[in-house]
Ligand binder design. Structure first.
Ligand code: KG4
Ligand code: ZN
Length: 362
């Protein structure tokens, strides 16, 4: 990563340079991204070790860890890129949704930098970061596209029609799929984080060995439900009748079948779309990716999945969402107000109705 020089000419070609900060869950991340999609420098620190003893993310521990790590990481990224704060065009930070303590740490830091350097602040919706990350990975991906957003906190199907234009077609009525992966991992004693561990164990198992339900499969609206699948996994574990690897493989298979069935339904009701895109942490799962690729081919859709490092939480996607917003809003855009408050909840499509099943918690 060499030093970056820019003249007003290069800025026209390369677009703005945006500093991004992510701190909404258990990754502290900082990145510098250009409007042409170049990730100039980035750093990411996972808090896996801090949360592992508890089997999940502890909000207070997360907030403290973000507060301790963010300043040195900012210095490291700027130093590696050889960029001064005065050369950055805007400062973007996740402003929600997420664990509020962590979000506040990142957002307050971004506000301080924006104020000190007199740069625009961009308060980015974390979900918008995930939703636009495929365009950072695939610069030819045009709007509109059908997006499956599958992470630890969310499971949604969205029609992405432009920057800031998201139509939610489906959501989960109870648990997110990442959460179901994490719970399955916990039940199988695989520890935290669960998704990659379940995926690894599933490689050694038979996906047809354990009969598990496919909740909401075939239902007219394309919503998701994973609470019943999770309970069935619990019963399968408690029965003692199955090998752990078979449970992991059968769970993963049931989950993938639900995703494909619900996407087929969304295509029936809102399609066609020129492209199918997947984002969020569960998009790192290779079985999920392969099934989506097959679905896209069947419907003659382009398929884009960001590289694994851009699927799980990262700051490049936040800086990139900032680049996209700057481009969409035009030269007179002065950024978001410095009074912008961190939001624990922040739906991408505020017009979408709340859909809540019996197991809805958050
Ligand atoms: O997007 P993300 O990093 O954070 C949220 O915004 O939630 O997603 C994290 C989730 C976790 O539930 C994790 O278990 C899941 O993504 N995940 C996976 C895999 N890698 C991460 N799930 C299944 N297979 C994977 N390989
Ligand atoms: Zn995320």
């Amino acid at each position: 990563m060499g030093s970056v020089t820019h003249t007003s000419d290069s800025k026209l070609v390369l677009g703005p340079l945006v500093l991004g900060i992510e701190s909404s869950c258990d990754e502290t991340a900082v990145a510098l991204v250009r409007g042409d999609g170049t990730i100039v420098a980035q750093a990411i620190a996972s808090q896996e070790a801090e949360h592992a003893p508890y089997g999940g993310v502890v909000p207070e521990i997360a907030a403290r860890a973000h507060a301790e790590r963010l300043a040195p990481m900012l210095e490291k990224v700027m130093g590696e890129a050889g960029v001064a704060l005065s050369e950055v065009d805007a400062i973007a930070a996740t402003a929600g949704p997420g664990l509020i303590g962590g979000v506040m740490v990142g957002l307050v830091s971004a506000k301080a930098l924006a104020m000190a350097a007199d740069k625009p602040l961009l308060a980015v919706n974390h979900l918008e970061g995930h939703a636009l990350s495929p365009r950072l990975a695939d610069r030819k991906l045009a709007f509109p596209y059908l997006l499956l957003l599958v992470s630890g906190g969310h499971c949604q199907i969205l029609a992405v029609e432009g920057v800031g234009q998201y139509r939610r077609l489906a959501t989960t009525i109870d648990d997110a799929l990442g959460e179901a992966f994490d719970k399955t991992a916990k039940l199988l004693g695989l520890g935290y984080p669960g998704g990659p561990a379940v995926e690894r164990l599933a490689l050694q198992g038979d996906p047809k060995a354990v009969p598990l339900p496919r909740p909401l499969k075939g239902s007219p609206e394309p919503h998701f439900s994973f609470a019943g699948l999770k309970s069935a996994v619990l019963r399968a574990v408690e029965s003692g009748a199955h090998a752990d690897a078979d449970i992991a493989a059968s769970f993963q298979q049931a989950a993938v079948e639900c995703l494909i069935d619900r996407l087929e339904r969304a295509l029936d009701t809102a399609g066609p779309f020129p492209a199918l895109v997947v984002a969020g942490g569960v998009a790192a799962n290779k079985t999920v990716r392969a099934a989506l690729e097959t679905l896209a081919a069947k419907h003659a859709m382009r398929f884009t999945a960001p590289p694994l490092a851009l699927c799980t939480d990262n700051a490049a996607m936040i800086a990139w969402a900032g680049c996209e917003r700057l481009a969409a809003e035009g030269p007179d855009f002065a950024g978001d107000p410095l009074e912008f408050l961190a939001r624990p909840r922040w739906p991408l499509d505020p017009a979408a109705e709340a859909v809540r099943g019996a197991g809805y918690k958050a």
